[in-house]
Write a new protein. Sequence first.
Length: 704
Amino acid sequence: MALTRRAFLQRTGWAIATLGLSQSSFFALGDRYQQALAEPTRRQRALLIGINQYPESVCDFAPIKGTALAGCITDVELQRELLIHRFGFAATDILTLTDEAATRRSIEDAFQAHLMAAQPNERVLFHFSGLGSQVRSLETNLTFQTLVPIDGTLPTEDHPTFNDVRLATLRALLRSLPTQQVTTVIDAAFLQRSTPLQGNFRVRSRPSTPSGRLNPAEQELQEQLAKAATKTINQTIPGLYLGAAETGQPALEGQWSGFSAGLLTYALTQYLWEATPPKTIQIFFPSLVSRIHQTVDNLQTPVLEAGSSVESIYSLPPALPESQGAVWEQGTDGSVEVWLGGVPPRVLECYGEGSVLLAGSGEQAVPLVGRSRTGLLLKADVLDPTPINTPELVGQPVRESMRLISRNLGLTIALDPSLERIERVDATSAFAAAKVTVVAAGEQTADLLFGKVKATTLTASSDISATPALPKSYGLFYPPRLAVPGTIATADEAVKTAVTRLTAKLPRLLAMKYLSLTENATTSRLALRATLEPTETNSQAIAQLSTPSAASDRPPSLGLALPTVASGTALQCRVQNLGQVPLYLLWVTLPQMNRPLSIALLPDTVADAPMVAIAPGTSRSLPITPLNSGLVDLFLIASRNPFPQTTALIQSQQETEGNNTAVQTSLSRVQAILQDLSSPRSPEDAYALDVNRWATLRLQYRVI
C-alpha cells in the first residue's frame, strides 16, 4: 500500500537529523538563481529530432520488442530540459519532431521555417537522434551518408527513390543559416553492420547499404540553397558540429535504470549540467570522450568540427548554476517532480525513496526527499516537519545531498542473442539458482552479458585479440560485449558448467558495482584533487580529477582517449586536500579477477594503530603497483571520518590468508567501506552517504 505523505516523511525523518537542518534554512532561496533569471538574454532557437518507431521497411531489420530504437525520444527530452533549465532557452523557441512527425519533408520545412528565421546574433541548435545510413546512388554509383527520417522507405523496384536526408543536404542547410552561432549534434552513425545490437546496446545505423535513385525534391532543394547563397559556399559548416562516432564505429544507445538514451547525448547533457563556468572546447571535448570511453571503452569515439572562433559548446554560458537537474512540477501539498538529466547513469538507481536533494542554490536551499522514481523523473516531497508555506520551486536547480545505496544489490545478466534456445534455457536456469536476474539482450538494462566466445573477441583490457574458435566456450562481457578479463574459458564446456564456473566470480563483480555507485566527483562538497603521474621528476601528469570546489582548468583526461602508459611504468597518485577539514583517505585498486581488491589506507597503518587524517592544505603521494597490461581502475575514497570497520576487517583477513576466499573477500571489504561511509542514522536496508562528508574519485588508464 502506498504511504501517505505524512507517514512517508515520518519514515524518512532520519534525514533531518543526519543533515542537521533547521526550519529557517528550509524555505529561504539563494540569490544567484533569481539573478540569473533576471538577466537579459538573446533569443535562442532549437530544432530537436528523435525517432524510435521506425517500421521494418525503413530500418531494414526486425524491430526489437516492436521498436527499432528506444532512446531517441529520451535524447530530445534530455536536450530540451537542459536548454530550458540550464541555458535559459524559452520553451516556445524549442521545436521538437518525434517519431511519426519526423518525416523528411517536415524536417526540411521545420529547419527553414524555424531556424532560418534566426537573426545574425542569435544562437541555434540542431539535434538529430535516430538511424544513420549509407546509401548508393544508381545514377553515379557513389555512396552517400544519410539521416533516416520516419518515412525513409527503402527503395524497391516499383519505388526506386530514396527518401533519406543526405548529410550533404543538412550541411547546405546549416551553411544557409543567417547566424554563425550554430551547434549541430548528430547522435547517429553511418556504419554497415549485420546486427542491430552491440552486446546489450542498440546500434543507430542501418545494417545494410541500399541502392536507389536520389530524391529529385532533395536535389532541387540543394540547388535552391546554392542559388540563394550570397557568396561561394564553403564546405565547412558554421559553429560546432558534434558527431556520435568516428568512421567505422557504431553510435550506441544504452539502457539504464528505467530508460534508454544515446551515449553521446547522455554524456553531453550530463557534462553541461555540471560544467561551470563554461569550458573551452580544448577541455570540453576530451572530457566528453573520456565519459563515453568509461562506458564502452574505445568502441565509440565522438567527432568534433569547430571553427577557430568557437570557444565553447552552445556558444553561450549557462544561465543557471551547476546541478543534477531541475524541479519540473510542484503540487499544492508540498510534493514535487524533479528532472534528473544531469545524474550519471551508473548512480541513477540510488535516487529513489529516501534520497535527499537540495532545490535552489546556496546554503539555504530547500531539501527534498525522494518518494519514487520512473526513469529520469523523481517524485519527491519538501522535507517539511512542520506545516510552513512552501516557496515556488518550479525551475529551481537541484543538487545531490544524500545518496542511498541499497544493502541488497544484485547483478542483472543479459543473454547474448547469438545463443541458441537450449543454451538460453540452461543459462537462465543456472543463473536463477545463483540468485542472478536474467534478461534478454537489448530489452532491459544489464550489468553484464553472458555469451559465447567468438573467434575474435574484444576485451576490456586489450585491443582485438584472435582466439581459437570455441563454439561451446562461454564468458562474461560488459554490456558493449567487451570481455571481462578472467572470465573467458580456454576449453569447451557446457552452459551449466560455464555458469557454475562464473558464479564464483560474481561477488567480486558485485563489489565493483558497489564501488561504482559511490563515485561522486561532480557532487561531493569536499575539496579534493587527485593527479596520476609518473614517479620520475618533471614528468607530465597522465590524468587529473577534482571535486567542484577543488576544480582546475585542467581536463580530467589529458588525451582524447583513456590515458595510456607503457608496461612497467612506475606511477604515483598525488592527492591534495584543498578544503578546510582533515580527511581520511582510502585507495582501491582493481587487479585480476582471481585476486581480492587491493585496498590501501592513507597514511599507511599498522595493527592497533589509529588512522591519521591528512590535514587541510597538504598532499600525499601513493605509489601505484606497476601492471603488465590491461585497463586499470583506481578509486580514491575520502571521508571526514576514519575507516575503523574496513581497517579491522583487512587486518583480520590478512591473518587468515590462504583460505582461498579472495573473491568473497573483495565484496566484504567494499561493504565494510560503505558501512564506514554511511550515516549512523541510515535506514536498515540502505547505506546513506552525505556529499558533505565523502568523495569518491575514479581514475582509469590503460597499460600497453
